[in-house]
Ligand binder design. Sequence first.
Ligand code: DP6
Length: 332
Amino acid sequence: MKFDDQLFATAIASPNIALIKYWGNRDDVLNIPSNGSISITLANLVTKTTVVFSPEYSKDTLILDSIELSGQPAKRATTFLDEVRNMSGISFNARVTSENNFPMGTGIASSASAFAALALAATSAAGLQLNDKELSILARKGSGSACRSIFGGFVEWVAGNSDQTSYAKQLCASDHWELVDLVTIVDTTHKRVTSKVGHQSALTSPLQATRIADAPHRLDLCRNAILSKDFELLADIVELDCNMMHAVMITSNPPLLYWQPATINIIKEVKYLRSQGIPVCYTIDAGPNVHVIVEKPYKHDVLECLNSLDDVVEIISSKPGGGAKIINNGST
Ligand code: DP6
């Protein structure tokens, strides 16, 4: 069974935090976004995924953190594997085993690292050698933000307007700027409304068109802030962009209100600390937990303040990290 033995690969990928957010699609099937986005890939937080293709399997099996997936999540992964089977000409079913070293539902989007790792492991197991741009295009079809997790460091997803023109690329390597993301968790329960559903309702907000129209300007400012390591500029644009996305969310039909009282307390604390000269800002994804971005020398001061707030359950600290990579495949 030497041939079958070779149709496997293991890849790792990390989640990312968006500084300029992706919210809403111009194509919901291909995940072509309405606007470009910029993110930081997070170190130490890792999804590790092994894919085995074999003629002996009668169906695809997907095991996430030791639990077999069923229903919509399983269908989403199988549809993604079909894409890889189409590209490679392989017709075998697959067994996918995936583990996260960070808890799900903590405000760290696991779908980004999940589909980035799956894209790399599945194509490698199928004998395809995709370059990073091709991997980014493929990962995007599993989860939009996954196209950014193919790359490490500071990453921009160029919105494009078609399958082949919508992909991410690295802006700067992970060591370009010593920032830290303090993921401040106030609620560990799973979000009730997924991003997928949220993207589909974005256009029901009368604010979405304005948010999209101004996105190129925010992207320019954020890109410039990163390239010149200008924290003040970064803080202003990151918080504005976050607030604009949440304004769209709460004015959508049905409205999506993810924030909790503790979320607002953290926002106020961060704004106070910045008014005292500390280079710190906040951003929030589709949940109540807050990503507090700080320049590394100020990390411990900010941690101390956040830890003293009510309702902070846990704080996970991460710095810019690397992109998706293969750690084992059939030919090694
Ligand atoms: C708020 O990439 O998770 O985190 O493609 O449906 O999986 P799907 O959506 P996803 O959306 C991310 C939304 C966000 C903002 C961002 O990461 O840019």
